[in-house]
Design a protein around this ligand. Structure first.
Ligand SMILES: [Mg+2]
Length: 178
């Protein structure tokens, strides 16, 4: 039996990104973590439709000396507590196979949870998220947050929206149409 999943980037998708020099960045401690109100109900709609919800996030900040492991653990423990996520997969090194745009985190999750990637979706706010989804064989949705530095995914995502809820609505519509 195979599962279907929605893979979700963290910063700029599940939590508010902190824009520095025009680019979206991660909160570096738990007190800076902000989860917009729309996120939990949007995820609950996907859960109800039978999707596994898996956060996949690049977190090179420890390697770069910007965060401690305790900071990362506190942020993602809180996120898992607040949101109906089935798993959070973190890639700590930009030199590793897990690092988006490489598809390692999605492939590992597929193996672990028996996920059919062709029935699954990747939602992200940056081109590297979309490319990771494409590299894994998922359908992709780009949330265009209109950051000052905001290159669109190339090749483009299957769908572009401006909110997580709009991404979820599209998935539910496409899912029903199948
Ligand atoms: Mg992001």
């Amino acid at each position: 039996m195979s599962e279907k999943a929605v893979f979700l980037d963290a910063d700029g998708v599940l939590n508010t990104a902190i824009v520095i020099d025009g680019k979206p960045k991660a909160p570096t401690n738990v007190s800076a973590l902000e989860i917009p109100h729309e996120v939990k109900p949007a995820l609950e709609l996907l859960k109800k439709a039978g999707f596994l919800l898996i956060c996949v996030t690049n977190k090179p900040d420890i390697e770069r000396g910007l965060m401690t492991q305790e900071d990362v653990d506190a942020i993602y423990n809180k996120m898992r507590h607040k949101l109906p996520l089935d798993d959070v997969i973190i890639c700590y090194s930009e030199f590793a196979d897990c690092y988006k745009p490489k598809p390692g985190m999605l492939l590992a999750a597929a193996k672990k949870y028996f996920i059919d990637l062709s029935l699954s979706y990747m939602i992200g706010d940056r081109g590297s998220d979309i490319k990771a989804g494409q590299n894994a064989g998922c359908k992709t949705i780009w949330i265009n947050r209109h950051y000052p530095v905001n290159p669109p995914p190339d090749p483009p995502a299957d769908h572009t929206v401006e909110s997580l809820l709009a991404a979820v609505e599209w998935i539910l519509k496409v899912g029903i149409a199948k």
